[in-house]
Design a protein around this ligand. Sequence first.
Ligand code: SF4
Ligand code: SF4
Length: 363
Amino acid sequence: MPATVTDLDTLARSIKLWGRELGFAEVRIADVDLAHMEAPLQAWLDAGYHGEMDYMASHGMKRARPAELVPGTVRAISARMNYLPSAMGDDWRAREKARDEDPSAAVISVYARGRDYHKVMRSRLQQLAERIKGEIGDFGYRVFSDSAPVMEVELAQKAGLGWRGKHTLLINRQGGSFFFLGEILIDVPLPVDPPETPHCGQCSACIQVCPTQAILAPHKLDARRCISYLTIELKGAIPVEMRPLIGNKVYGCDDCQTICPWNKFAQRAVVPDFDERHSLGSAGMVELFAWTEEEFNRRMEGSAIRRIGHERWLRNLAVGMGNAAVKARGQSDIVAALLSRREHPSAMVREHIEWALALHGAV
Ligand code: SF4
Ligand code: SF4
């Protein structure tokens, strides 16, 4: 292990360089004192804003105490990786907006159109840790990406990778917010980087655009109202009163990010893993609703979408197909697709289909 401050400075510079070689846009270092987050975290949990995400609560204050999670931790190496698919044209924000307006389109969050980022991030962070090990020998560490026990946006903010926008996601001045975060908790006292200052200013575009009013106030998200939660995390029926607000979003939602002015600086992915698969950026509801369970599992192999399973996939699509009635009531291919699954073995799927058919006047 490095013995002097100079050694640690050199090591920190090398880690940032290696990180870029591994495809990260930026790697920075933070201390792990998140004591200031304990009260807000407890208040958020007490309000029940985490909904069914019990794993958020089950880790308790360990989330704000990385050294309790991984004993010996004194620093977080925080990394971000851009994920906008490289083939997306410069007009991507306008195209996404146009898809939102198309009642037949099945809108899938951009991050989920390629390979499962959890695996990509963890594997590359692991490679970064191996390179550090090659330099200094054994040291204590653990890698995370989008993992419940770690407050990764807070650590990334501390490390200076960006600031927490009013929509609660991290924003970077050079890269917007379309990036994944991951971190290595380590027991090496590397020099820390300064945090970034906030740059939302008077803007509140994300709060206004949110279709479900899930952003209750700047930096305060009621996850139970967020379309990402409703279409991904929620296991049971989608509350009836929320369904019309979901529109044609069938897996996640990017509205608060797409509207954000900082995302004119969003960067393309440099790794091929996030390239769009199975035309998920242009698919229609009817086409995706026709996938059998076997097709869903096969096509979504290696995708984060596979985690929700075919039943929730059909549930989400049924909601989107019902909402199509606002602009295309009774559209024959949509109604026929819904009718074709009316006898589905899942009571939840059947109930969502009946709801959708009623909107089309087809019951
Ligand atoms: S992801 Fe969509 S639903 Fe969730 S807060 Fe952002 S705009 Fe609202
Ligand atoms: S839309 Fe505006 S308020 Fe929201 S995160 Fe972006 S800059 Fe901040």
